[in-house]
Design a protein around this ligand. Structure first.
Ligand code: G
Ligand code: G
Ligand code: MN
Ligand code: NA
Length: 255
């Protein structure tokens, strides 16, 4: 309860900020987009990652307030990049299960986007497999359906670690599969992981979905992914998540 109270205050004080991690073309290194990852700019403890405030994602009311506040900053950053003439393609935004279970989520998101002047093709909603099995699944379904109708792409995070079946991929019309970093991590030492990665890449290709490999840290992993036909990668090999002010310099260095 003390932590939730602290988080509530931190939202009001705008202590939560988005960091951005590039998603790149594995072959050429071209930046095609970013994933926004929340960080807590804690006045005493410094910059904290999501583990320190995961409690927020289990609380429906706080989760909505948190998401709204974070997206307002993300959309502001995106507008600024556009103003500077930067082609960033799109930003993937993580959405919690609590948000998707809230009936008003899709409508609220569309209002935020309209207010900020953000088009549906400029963002992507990232959800974890577990979301597809939530208790309040009728709200989840309705929200995902409304977002699909609005043209907002859907990415399935941590793919392969949960229970999502091929039927779910079809039913929820997932656009992007993100291969969990646990499979990428031991690509070189574990033939099962290598097999799983190859299979997911082929699955994505057959179903006309993009596939993003997460947690790419070494050139050897990159080479394997390239030979497996995986087109997109994200990980420390390319760049760590960075604050908005570093994105512009990073993109200038890239070109
Ligand atoms: O960057 P980090 O290791 O802290 O991220 C861990 C996890 O926290 C991510 O995989 C993601 O699921 C979650 N996360 C990070 N930022 C956000 C956010 O803004 N909203 C939601 N719902 N989850 C986030
Ligand atoms: O949303 P998701 O759970 O996928 O969040 C990804 C998490 O993984 C973030 O916390 C991010 O900081 C972290 N991350 C991103 N790239 C790498 C990487 O190359 N190696 C490791 N170990 N973690 C990474
Ligand atoms: Mn994610
Ligand atoms: Na992930």
């Amino acid at each position: 309860v003390a932590l939730l109270e602290e988080i509530r205050e931190a939202i009001e004080r705008e202590q939560f900020v988005p960091f951005y991690q590039p998603q790149v073309c594995i072959r050429t290194g071209t930046v095609l987009g970013f994933e926004a990852l929340a960080r807590w700019n804690h006045p005493e403890k410094g910059v904290l990652s999501a583990m320190a405030f995961a409690a927020v994602f289990a609380n429906h009311e706080l989760s909505m307030a948190f998401g709204r506040e974070l997206r307002s900053q993300i959309f502001r950053d995106m507008r600024e990049w556009t103003r500077l003439g930067i082609d960033f393609v799109r930003v993937a935004v993580n959405v919690s299960s609590a948000e998707l279970q809230t009936g008003s989520f899709a409508k609220s998101l569309r209002t935020e986007m309209a207010t900020a002047g953000i088009d549906s093709h400029q963002i992507e909603i990232e959800i974890t497999e577990g979301v597809l099995f939530e208790q309040n699944s009728s709200n989840v379904r309705a929200n995902l359906e409304a977002l699909r109708e609005a043209g907002v792409p859907l990415a399935l995070d941590d793919f392969g670690t949960g229970y999502a079946s091929l039927t779910h991929l079809k039913q929820f019309r997932v656009n992007v599969l993100k291969i969990d970093q646990s499979f990428v991590r031991d690509l070189e030492s574990n033939t099962d992981s290598a097999g799983i990665v190859s299979a997911v890449v082929n699955l994505g290709r057959s179903l006309n979905m993009s596939v993003v490999a997460e947690g790419v840290e070494t050139q050897a992993q990159r080479a394997f992914l390239l030979s497996a036909g995986c087109s997109l990668g994200q990980g420390y090999l390319f760049a760590k998540p960075m604050p908005a002010r570093d994105v512009v310099t990073y993109l200038k260095r890239e070109t």
